[in-house]
Design a protein around this ligand. Structure first.
Ligand code: FA5
Length: 342
């Protein structure tokens, strides 16, 4: 029995010296101190010994067991300290100024162009506002001088929801809200996503962005409107571009205009991006109709104003030379991440 305990101690010492992890210590514990371990086996042998030798042998086995427990405990503490030391050293040697392997993301061209136009108008004293994408009939049509059954409703193919609300077809839906919020005088822009149930091609999407603007004050005239449109476009393009203004009909402005840009993709020769016309409708605008001012709680006898509805998605196409509008909603990162420094 004494010899057996000596052998067990030697085996244990050898294995303990090699153990380098808490998992290895745990399996040593099972091997030597577990229910079916070496110490338990010796205890079983004890039963067969004559009574006069049992006491002494029992003491030797217990001492061996205690020694193993003690050394396992010490080694566990030692490993824990070593691990702590390793973590401290790793933290001290971590150099946060070293370049990482991560590749940087990029902004979507719509985000880039939206921010740019927002900055231009903010520097001219315009508030930048946000508005819902799900709106009601009143804000999208009625408050804009488009009563129910008015033929102008057919100009935009609307997505209606089961609850009677609809997806905003144009950012003009926020005009009434802005007028009621600020009263007059006011100058504000409000970008937003618009939805129309129409078939897509190189210059039409069913989900696209507009950026609406209104300016209302005493004595606002068409020349103010033209000044702000010119300033915005020359700052966005920072190069000569050709625009044309022609009469346009929208029930919420009088007079109304279509502001077109000569296609920057083909230079005016005609291509799919401009439906072969050489021109792209970019920013309809006009003087706000008196009925719309009245609906917004503003006295049309005292105040006048202009409004415009910039096609932000088309502006991005023209600025960045994107030939097909559908790329912008495609999620194609290779195509969309080129504009990081634009
Ligand atoms: C309107 O949405 C008017 N609310 C604009 C307006 C505002 C007029 C204030 C007067 C005063 P229109 O449907 O033409 O108008 O759209 C305005 C611009 O949004 C277009 O010139 C075009 O640049 C862009 N746009 C319209 N439909 C689409 C489409 N399906 N895909 C991409 N861009 C579009």
């Amino acid at each position: 029995m004494l010899e057996s305990t000596q052998t067990i101690k030697e085996q244990f010492s050898l294995l303990l010296d090699k153990a380098a992890s808490t998992a290895e210590l745990e399996s040593l514990k099972v091997e030597f101190l577990g229910k079916k371990g070496k110490i338990a086996a010796l205890m079983n042998e004890l039963k067969a010994l004559p009574a006069d030798r049992k006491r002494e042998a029992g003491q030797v086995i217990n001492q061996t067991k205690q020694l193993i427990e003690q050394r396992l405990h010490e080694k566990t503490e030692e490993l824990a300290m070593r691990e702590e030391q390793r973590l401290i050293e790793a933290a001290e040697s971590y150099d946060e100024s070293l370049p990482t392997e991560l590749s940087l993301g990029s902004y979507h061209p719509i985000t880039l162009i939206q921010r740019e136009v927002e900055q231009i108008f903010a520097s001219m004293g315009f508030y930048v506002e946000d508005y819902d994408e799900v709106v009601d009939d009143y804000h999208c049509f009625e408050a804009l001088n488009i009563p129910k059954h008015h033929p102008a409703r057919d100009m935009q193919d609307t997505y209606y929801l089961d609850n009677g609300q609809l997806l905003k077809t144009h950012t003009s839906a926020a005009q009434n809200y802005i007028m009621r919020k600020y009263g007059a005088p006011v100058r504000a822009i409000f970008p937003g996503r618009c939805f129309r149930n129409e078939s897509t091609d190189a210059c039409h999407e069913n989900t696209f962005f507009q950026l609406e603007g209104i300016m209302i004050d005493r004595n606002i005239s068409i020349s103010n409107l033209i000044y702000f449109m010119k300033t915005m476009l020359s700052e966005v393009f920072r190069q000569d571009i050709t625009v044309r203004l022609r009469p346009g009909f929208f029930p919420f402005v009088e007079p109304g205009f279509e502001l077109d840009i000569r296609c920057t993709i083909c230079g005016g020769a005609g291509c799919p991006s401009c439906k072969n016309s050489g021109w792209l409708e970019l920013c309809p605008c006009g003087m706000i109709h008196p009925n719309v001012l009245t609906a917004g709680g503003i006295d049309p006898e005292e105040y006048t104003g202009f409004a415009f509805g910039l096609g932000l998605t088309r502006l991005a196409m023209m600025k960045y030379g994107i030939k097909d509008i559908r790329v912008l909603n495609s999620g194609n990162l290779r195509a969309l991440s080129q504009f990081i420094d634009a």
